[in-house]
Ligand binder design. Sequence first.
Ligand code: ATP
Length: 520
Amino acid sequence: MDAMEKIVSLCKRRGFIFPSSEIYGGLNGAWDYGPLGVELKRNLKQAWWDDMVAHHDETATPQGAPQPFGMVGLDSSLLMNPKVWEASGHVGGFSDPMVDDRETRARYRADQLAVYALEFIGSDGKLERYDEVLFAAPGELGKSTPTELFEPHRKRISGLQKSKPGKEARPVAVPGALQDETLRARVLAPGASAPGTLTAPRAFNLMFKTHVGALEDNQSVTYLRPETAQGIFVNFKNVTDTTRVRVPFGIGQIGKAFRNEINPRNFTFRSREFEQMEIEFFCRASEAAQWYQFWRERRFQWYLDLGMKPSNLHLREHEASELAHYAAGCADVEYDFPFGRSELEGIANRTDFDLRQHMQMSGKDLRYFDDQEPNEEARRFLPHVIEPSAGADRGTLAFLCDAYSEDEVGGEARTVLRLHPRLAPIKAAVFPLVKKEGMPEKALEIYRALKKRFTVYYDEKGAIGRRYRRQDEAGTPFCITVDGDTLSAGSVTVRERDSCEQTRVGISELGDVLSARLGI
Ligand code: ATP
């Protein structure tokens, strides 16, 4: 099993993540969080909410910030007036061109399907081109290796190779092959029996359409939101009119988003239903560049503070050619997943694009009024926006991957999730060493007292070593064992997950000791 398969299997086996509606064969791109997974994901969202919104101190200047700033929260609806999505550009532009295979029924993003001819090169450097059949394979010419690109057509290509002894085959790009009808007829798709089964690329809107009300006509169309951000923009005026926040300030929101992804893959990484944790931070245009730098660093540091290994985390500034036409800057926080380096969060300087669009579309004046600005001309303005946009499911997956490890304890192999205590689904497990001599009763008493303060778990079944292993796999930082000395000495052993070190702690201090060691 490769690393990702092991993580997927642990998630299933221990109740972190299940395929959605599994008894009916599942639904591609949809996932359910089980008893351990729901705690983990909730802890991640809670950590974000506490650190970014609820516990934010608007009277202090955070490190690296130009000045103190306010933060408030929001919970906007999933269904919105469809004009929102016209103004945001999602109705017109939120689409990826895709191609379908009429034979295999597979669907591909056109930009993620490489089409190539073969070139055979002899030791004398002479080239011989074979383009009677063109091959299509997931990947990108120049980025994917020839082996990866040849993989879906291995048999056919090695057959051709045999007819040209001493020559090496390599893929060469055939630009525009999917767009051109004649060329497309020669393209052999992965798994297809003959060339010519692919459709021309078609724009495919990623928004899920639905209807509100009883009539299913054009008037009743709306969409499941593809991001939480627009809910914040359309409430910008409501928030400034009803609270004391003043620019610069941010609005945070956590909620579901839906995208009809062409190719959901890599477990929960690319799902069709997922949760986002987004901030829209409003500031003056002249200060936007500074705030952009601040949010890049702050959001990157947040993952490190929650224990993510620095060697797995990267901050990548986008090239100018990658930027959306309205954006003045964008950086991705990327994580080294077992399937490759991929985006965890994007931080973008969106200028005043969104507020301006909504102001035009709605006809409402969304400008901010700064009554303390002495210069009358500068009092009314459209704020610029910095947007740190994170995925709760991608974050959960990254923390699971980062925490997963295998080691040996006392000559025995174990799997352990080294999750940060704030994220761990269960903070401590309580065990009686054996199921007699009053130990279960005492352990239950301790469990019930701790349960009032922490998420704790009681287990009396099986050998103590196996119970430790089960908790290691669940990422539980501490195991508390009631043993023969507990009744007389009034103390228990506390075993730490990562070091497996055991210390004796008095029962009366247990809650406070745990709280201090967990840092919560
Ligand atoms: P990608 O390029 O991977 O499709 P994106 O750049 O379109 O992502 P954004 O629109 O910037 O993503 O969304 C912000 C965040 O929302 C992403 O960084 C990611 O964490 C999360 N996200 C976006 N699409 C998905 C998805 N299909 N499944 C899970 N999380 C997602």
